[in-house]
Ligand binder design. Structure first.
Ligand code: NAD
Length: 256
């Protein structure tokens, strides 16, 4: 964490902002799950340092080489299913129970927020636990866990229309689910405070969501070990890992 005294002043300030906020929402990215052992895409140790997204996470890549894309996703599914929520996820779930956090808008495709106990979670980029039909006019869906072994043996096809099945996530170049996106915009508009945690804030439209809160007179609070493209817009920006910082904020909130 940044210089201890500086960070602890900021943590007190964040706790007081959350306590006095009429409505607080959270935007999370891959960084909140890093301490659970799930690598981020960008930043230090990010997955994109080793792989090229355009080869793996686009509809074109899936069309060209579904086997390669499925190989990458079965690896990520197994990884995510084997990991547990960390103190950062748990602190946010606790804040929701205390009615201090109203919702979590996440870019993450894991389900660690829910497994930590958060109820109101909006997934902007889909979820790894779901497998869907690649034919957009077919609405077949299945839980990934139930067919993971099968997928590793052969490419999975839809029992209803015969098209290839695909991971239930949003790929680069695809639109975000309309209902989730509009819910996220509504939450951001209502919020007096938005906590922005563990996102490099480069993937749109998610990266602009905090700016909606700001435009409506609310505050942006950033928690990240590095600066991001949102740091310049943040009212408070604390350099540190999500687990450590959120646990410290929660301790103050519980005491007060
Ligand atoms: P990103 O990989 O672009 O950025 C990660 C951010 O987390 C960086 O700013 C980094 O400094 C920060 N970070 C690293 N360790 C942290 C910690 N301990 N505490 C707090 N912050 C930490 O992630 P993004 O902005 O979410 O990128 C968007 C895309 O990445 C999304 O589409 C998402 O689906 C995908 N993604 C999701 C997961 C997941 O579901 N767990 C994992 C990898 C990537």
């Amino acid at each position: 964490m940044e210089m201890y005294v500086e960070a602890s002043k900021k943590i007190k300030k964040i706790a007081s902002e959350v306590e006095n906020s009429f409505y607080t929402t959270v935007l999370t990215g891959a960084g909140i799950s890093a301490e659970s052992g799930i690598p981020t895409f960008r930043g230090r140790d990010g997955l994109w340092n080793k792989y090229r997204p355009e080869e793996l996470a686009t509809p074109q890549a899936f069309e060209k080489d579904p086997k390669l894309v499925w190989g990458w996703y079965t690896w990520r599914m197994k990884l995510v299913f084997s990991k547990e929520p960390n103190p950062g996820h748990k602190a946010l779930a606790e804040m929701e129970k205390m009615d201090l956090v109203k919702s979590i808008i996440t870019q993450n495709v894991d389900d660690l927020h829910e497994r930590a106990g958060s109820r109101n979670v909006i997934h902007l980029h889909g979820e790894l636990k779901e497998v869907i039909c690649s034919n957009r006019s077919c609405d077949y869906k299945v839980e990934a866990k139930t067919i993971l072994d099968e997928i590793e043996k052969r490419l999975p096809t839809c029992p209803e229309c015969g098209s290839l099945l695909r991971p239930g996530v949003v790929w680069f170049g695809e639109s975000l689910p309309t209902e989730e996106l509009s819910k996220a915009f509504q939450e951001a508009e209502k919020s007096k405070v938005i906590l922005v945690i563990g996102t490099s804030a480069v993937v749109q439209p998610a990266a602009s969501i905090p700016l909606i809160t700001k435009r409506k007179g609310g505050k942006i609070i950033e928690i990240n070990p590095d600066t991001t493209s949102l740091t310049g817009f943040a009212d408070v920006s604390v350099r540190g890992g999500a687990g450590e910082v959120l646990t410290a904020i929660l301790e103050i909130l519980k005491r007060d």
